[in-house]
Design a protein around this ligand. Sequence first.
Ligand code: C5P
Length: 245
Amino acid sequence: MSEPRHHIAPEERLIVALDFASVGEARAVAHELSGTVRFFKIGLQLFPLGGIDLARELIARGERIFLDFKFYDIGNTVQNAVVSTATIGADFLTVHADRDVLRAAVAGRGTSDLKIFCVTVLTSQDQAALNEMGYPGSVEDLVLKRARIARDEGCDGLIASPAEAARLRAEFGDDMLIVTPGIRPAGSAQNDQKRVTTPAAALQAGADYLVVGRPITQARDKCAAAEMILDDMRAALEGVKGLRK
Ligand code: C5P
């Protein structure tokens, strides 16, 4: 790992996914975690239910927000959608990996602080699914190809599974931020995640930010669950710093 990425404090690297069926539940969990967690992800489930207003509300309270909206449309529409999104004051936004979409998203965020993250290949898509859609190569090659396009178009980062993070970090060095979901503290339930990694292992693989949902949001003591993960992250970051001395 190289120098600049260490300037992000561990508490800033943990993003809690607010995947709930109502804004009320999401708000309650965000408030409960406030002070321990500083970064929250709002996705498509909450979007039609007032997710944007919740994002504005949390930003006004000083929280950071990742809008996981995975935009994919013609360039003109994406650009206008990102111009609108940039007014909210969120930190991160996801779009799909298509050159026009990526270029439009970067143009749309303009001089705002909104960072654009590229979803390369959805982890729900395996080799057979890609072949069926007409992509002849491997999933890994497609991830890398799309990630290069994202970098060339001026994207800030990539959403990457723990399995992909190391290869992407090796390829891009500090050019791209890497956000990694699929995180499970040792001993916790996998839920529907197929391949999971501990917080420490994901950071060691090169992730800058970790997205964690249920291990925190479904825990009886949510702050304690988040603290345990932050401890694991701090230990891993110390270890990495130690290696560089
Ligand atoms: O509850 P859990 O920790 O599995 O939540 C992970 C979050 O990250 C969810 O919001 C999920 O949609 C998202 N995500 C994922 N795997 C991907 C991409 C996004 O789990 N490959």
